[in-house]
Design a binder for this molecule. Structure first.
Ligand code: HPA
Ligand code: ZN
Length: 315
């Protein structure tokens, strides 16, 4: 098993159908079906929005600190098996606030599970839902400030097209002033202009996805020269039909261009696998060799926000 860091993982996207049914029963939440096979059969998508619709529809089963603890513990156990030594975990507080869950419960459950994980170094990254707009992001950020010591950075996710990074200039400025790391989803369904904006307007240190950057040679040069990390999620891109099939993926071209790319699972319960499954698919369907896979793993440690002495130990 190749040791790696996982830098693009939405904790809400680790909600397996079995856990969904268990939490729904525990909290008295009604599901359209409790049949695991039927639930899993619904995990099929035509684009990002069709995925997000199901992802948000499932999340009301998360109600208590214990629910967030159980979800996170299950991910960390599975990630350890997948060779993950370091996980920087996204969470979407706006979804839970909308579902009536207080931030205290979200943070207590998430950080309780991280504190109890012995095999993995972990941190949290708070994501703003871009389709809810900039004012909502700022309001959420202010509400999260009492928990400032529980997360190391901010990110931007949810429906990309029509919600460009530049709308979030102010909340990213606030995050920078707090000494937080900054990342953003860009260039998944949105074009290279979204990646430019994330870099130039938001000052992000990493781009999540970024595969459409490959359409812009000038941007590719910038990403290479500055060694901006790109957290690529191959099985996610296939599941959301951002690429036709894995054999068509631009990841090998990104490696050839000298970009600092790494491999991640995004929403593993929904997209057909954890990070080890992504590595396995890159080998079997894209023909990546040991050396390329080792480069991807090494890049993930270069790209992570852990202290330098920890990074040195993993590499
Ligand atoms: N893209 C955008 N938003 C998301 C994703 C994703 O893959 N997963 C969870 N929120
Ligand atoms: Zn993502």
């Amino acid at each position: 098993m190749l040791p790696t860091a996982e830098l693009h993982i939405h904790i809400e996207g680790t909600l397996e159908p079995e856990m969904l049914v268990r939490l729904a029963a525990r909290n008295g939440v009604k599901l359209p079906t409790t049949d695991i096979d039927e639930l899993r059969a619904r995990y099929r998508f035509t684009d990002l929005q069709s995925f997000l619709d199901l992802y948000y529809a499932n999340l009301p089963v998360l109600r208590t600190e214990q629910d967030f603890y159980d979800l996170t513990s299950a991910y960390l156990a599975r990630a350890a098996q997948a060779g993950v030594r370091r996980a920087e975990i996204f969470f979407d507080p706006q979804t839970h606030l909308r579902n009536g869950v207080p931030l205290e419960a979200v943070f207590a459950g998430l950080s309780g599970a991280l504190d109890d994980a012995r095999d993995i170094s972990t941190d949290l990254i708070l994501c703003f839902l871009r389709d809810l707009g900039a004012d909502a992001a700022e309001e959420t950020f202010r509400a999260a400030l009492p928990f400032r010591d529980r997360f190391i950075g901010v990110g931007l996710d949810s429906a990309e097209v029509g919600h460009p990074p530049s709308l979030f200039r102010e909340v990213y400025r606030m995050a920078a002033a707090e000494g937080l790391h900054r990342v953003a989803h860009a260039g998944e369904e949105g074009g290279p202009d979204y990646v430019w904006e994330a870099l130039d307007v938001l000052g992000v240190e990493r781009i999540d996805h970024g595969i459409r950057a490959m359409e812009d040679a000038k941007l590719v040069r910038r990403l290479r020269e500055e060694q901006v990390p790109l957290t690529v999620c191959p099985l996610s891109n296939v599941a959301l039909r951002v690429v036709g099939e894995l054999a068509d993926h631009v990841l090998p071209a990104m490696l050839d261009e000298g970009l600092l790319v790494c491999v991640n699972s995004d929403d593993p319960a929904y997209f057909g696998g954890y990070v080890d499954d992504n590595f396995a698919a890159l080998r079997s369907e894209l023909g990546l060799d040991d050396q390329q896979l080792a480069t991807l793993a090494r890049n993930s440690f270069d790209a992570c926000f852990a202290p330098a002495e920890q990074k040195a130990r993993w590499k």
